[in-house]
Design a protein around this ligand. Structure first.
Ligand code: HEM
Length: 511
């Protein structure tokens, strides 16, 4: 026997032991998924108690400061990722959009049937068909046929604002709803109590109430949906019944109206449904008709509160920044000579107006964390595991308030874009990401431009007055839900001169 062995064995044993230990740790680490940093978890429930239910963008932004560009939460086993930077949001939701375009299942939406609507629809065949209708019919070229309608409706709306300062906020909602119904079905609501409009608005309220996290217990404990109706706490089942009925009326009412007009050959203006029917050679198969029914219906849900949010921010920022209004009016007058109203065709010649619109989207994006996306496959990102079924929120708010890109981010400064469209286009993340990006963004950009340019050309947007006749400067105060809307405040639209008033009232009021 070699005399060195007894000496080597005691030396080797700890080395072998350490190596084995390191190997076991390594193998375990390989098998144990590694997640990005996030707030500390509690046993069993993880971060469930910390998932913010109101103004989630503020908490997400605070976590971005502590944990970085990608934050991870585990709420009772549900993985949630928050993409806080432009790069991470882009990598996960644009570049990997083939696996990050699903939506979370919310029980109240599912039980009342809202999950058949595009914004909640699972990524699949019907989703693709509905999206194709909207993407084709609402493309920048296709919507040119609505430009004259939008210019006219913008003028009517501003006339209403001038005449009835006390009902600005309700007129705004109704006016926007009217334009969406005209665009989708060619249907013109005749009064503020119009049945189709009211039914759709009420159904939308249900949808928003069901979207409030934590409002209904069944979302956290899905088997409650089997609860007998006599059981205390099962009242939500009645809410679901009512909401299903309302949804069916909101969905089918205007669609049936449109079908009847088509069958009787009655003339209605250009609209989404007629355009799809025409391209299908005048005949739709039952599945195609079902897809069109849903595609048309979601325009109001997707477009109403987002547009209301945009305009409420625009009005607020104009009241708070009268110098911006003066500069905007001067730019418009250079183009129109003050003798006519601006229109959508003038958009290319009005870089300061475009900058104001971009700054509104940046300063307060209507959907500050867009709508959540869900992954459909296990994935890895920069060494971190992203399991199938994870929810991803793009923190649009944080990206839009990054001081490195937007110095003094809380200030409202359209000048920060230098009239440069490539800089302005960076705020288009307000319309979301990848295969879920907002299909109504071109409609929104056109109609909102018509309103913004017309009001700046004709009116001073001024604060409301108190009983002593003193101006009441509004407080910045936004709602807490997924679409964040500045709360109504006293506001006056004062025509800048008799000629501006005359130009406005050349358009006949219909709503
Ligand atoms: C300022 C106005 C608007 C803003 C800021 C806005 C923003 C958004 C955002 C952030 C999303 C979610 C995208 C994502 O999941 O990544 C979205 C989706 C959607 N928007 Fe808009 N939107 C606006 C106007 C409109 C209009 C006018 C319409 C219809 C005419 C519309 C219809 C929709 C629909 C149907 C979806 C769901 C798309 C899907 O899930 O595939 N939106 N929008």
């Amino acid at each position: 026997m070699d005399g060195t062995l007894p000496l080597q064995l005691p030396l080797l044993s700890p080395i072998v032991g350490l190596a084995t230990f390191a190997f076991v740790c390594y193998s375990y680490a390989q098998k144990t998924p590694k997640y990005p940093p996030g707030p500390p978890r509690l046993p069993l429930i993880g971060n469930a108690h910390q998932v913010p239910t109101k103004k989630n963008w503020l908490k997400f932004t605070e976590w971005a400061g502590t944990y970085g560009d990608l934050v991870h939460l585990d709420a009772l086993g549900q993985h949630i990722f928050i993409a806080n930077s432009e790069k991470v949001a882009n990598d996960l939701l644009e570049k990997k959009s083939s696996i990050s375009s699903d939506r979370p299942i919310v029980q109240m939406h599912h039980l009342s049937g809202f999950d058949k609507a595009l914004p909640l629809r699972s990524y699949g065949d019907s989703f693709k068909k509905q999206r194709r209708f909207l993407a084709t019919e609402f493309s920048p070229v296709a919507i040119q046929k609505y430009h004259s309608l939008y210019d006219k409706e913008a003028r009517l709306l501003i006339q209403l604002f001038v005449q009835s300062p006390d009902s600005v906020w309700s007129d705004l909602r109704l006016g926007l709803g009217k334009v969406i119904l005209l665009t989708t079905y060619g249907y013109q609501p005749k009064s503020t109590n119009d049945t189709f409009l009211m039914t759709n608005l009420s159904s939308l309220e249900n949808f928003l109430a069901f979207s409030t996290p934590g409002k209904y217990l069944v979302d956290a404990i899905p088997f409650l949906k089997y609860a007998p109706r006599w059981l205390p706490g099962s009242g939500f089942l009645k809410v679901i019944d009512q909401s299903q009925n309302l949804l069916q009326s909101a969905l089918r009412g205007p669609f049936q109206w449109w079908k009847n007009r088509c069958q009787s050959g009655e003339h209605i203006g250009p609209n989404l449904c007629s355009s799809v029917l025409e391209k299908a050679g005048g005949q739709l198969s039952p599945p195609e008709e079902e897809n069109l029914l849903w595609a048309a219906h979601v325009a109001l849900g997707g477009g109403l509160d987002t547009n209301v949010s945009f305009l409420s921010t625009f009005f607020l920022c104009m009241v708070l920044n009268p110098d911006v209004q003066t500069k905007a009016k001067a730019e418009i007058d250079l183009i129109t000579g003050g003798d006519r109203l601006p229109n959508i065709q003038d958009k290319a010649s009005l870089p300061y107006i475009r900058s104001i619109m971009a700054e509104v989207l940046r300063w307060s994006p209507p959907a500050p964390t867009a709508f959540p996306h869900v992954t459909t496959r296990d994935d890895m990102y920069e060494g971190f595991s992203i399991p199938k079924g994870s929810i991803i929120f793009p923190n649009v708010w944080n990206i839009m308030h990054d001081p490195a890109r937007y110095p003094d981010p809380t200030a409202f400064k359209p000048e920060r874009f230098d009239g440069d469209d490539s800089k302005m286009s960076q705020v288009n993340i307000a319309f979301g990401y990848g295969r879920r990006v907002c299909p109504g963004q071109h409609i929104a950009s056109s109609y909102l431009f018509a309103i913004v340019a017309t009001v700046l050309a004709t009116c001073e947007i001024a604060p409301g007055l108190n009983e002593e006749g003193q101006p009441m400067i509004p407080q910045i105060d936004y709602s807490e839900s997924i679409i964040s809307i500045q709360k109504p405040f006293g506001i006056r639209f004062v025509p800048r001169c008799p000629q501006a008033r005359d130009l406005l009232i050349e358009t006949e009021i219909c709503l």
